[in-house]
Ligand binder design. Structure first.
Ligand code: MN
Length: 231
């Protein structure tokens, strides 16, 4: 009996270690936004008031986001892409003129999945000392960061997205147009703000800067950003 235990002790130990790494879970954040499961919100829609009205979130999430999701499913059903996750579909269809529709819908699902994660009704805008230091290291000061981020939001011509992406040991601001997404370029996004008119027009009309400022001041999910950055 003792002998058997000697033989199985090491494999059991290794399995336990692997299991605990698998469960420790930061990767879950990314898996969730890249999966083809039906998108869900982590909070009730009404909890985003007054940043976004329930009417605006109803329309944005139910009609736009789920609309892209349903379109994507119908476009890839019974094709080999049905077995891939969102990141793989985006990588396999980018730059393919015959698959623009699939790329656009997959990218829009991914972009919106991250967008709703980037917002939180629980202590939104609150910076941990670690996250604040990262911002200061990357941009010089928190004030300079907010200025650059809001400028980026107002500079997007037409529809698009404003991102924070990982850049070496720090973070950087990036903008994309229409459905385009940093993961098509192998970049690692951590936070995104939707600046399509459908995301802010009901609540802010033409004032995209006020929408971006309110997001940064009270709603951006820095805890999520830090989790993704440190995984
Ligand atoms: Mn949108």
């Amino acid at each position: 009996m003792k002998k058997i235990w000697h033989i199985i002790a090491l494999p059991v130990f290794v399995l336990l270690i692997l299991f605990s790494i698998g469960c420790s879970g930061n990767k879950e954040d990314l898996k969730q936004i890249e999966s083809l499961r039906k998108p869900v919100l982590d909070y009730q829609k009404k909890m985003l008031t007054p940043f976004l009205s329930t009417k605006a979130v109803d329309c944005h999430y139910d009609k736009h986001h789920l609309g892209y999701y349903e379109q994507l499913l119908s476009l890839i059903s019974n094709t080999p892409l049905a077995h891939n996750d969102l990141r793989e579909i985006i990588e396999k269809t980018k730059g393919d003129s015959k698959k623009v529709k699939i790329f656009n819908n997959a990218a829009q699902v991914y972009n919106h999945n991250l967008f709703w994660k980037s917002i939180t009704p629980y202590k939104g805008g609150k910076l941990s000392p670690e996250m604040k230091q990262l911002i200061v290291n990357s941009f010089g000061s928190y004030e300079r960061f907010t200025q650059l981020f809001v400028d980026a939001c107002t500079s997007v011509f037409g529809s698009g997205w404003v991102w924070l992406i990982r850049q070496g040991t720090g973070i950087e601001i990036m903008t994309t147009s229409n459905a385009d997404t940093p993961i098509a370029y192998g970049l690692e996004p951590i936070i995104v703000l939707d600046v399509w008119e459908h995301s802010y027009y009901l609540d802010y009309q033409h004032n995209r800067a006020a929408y971006a400022e309110t997001f940064l001041a009270h709603w951006v999910n820095w805890d999520y950003a830090y989790r993704v950055l440190t995984q």
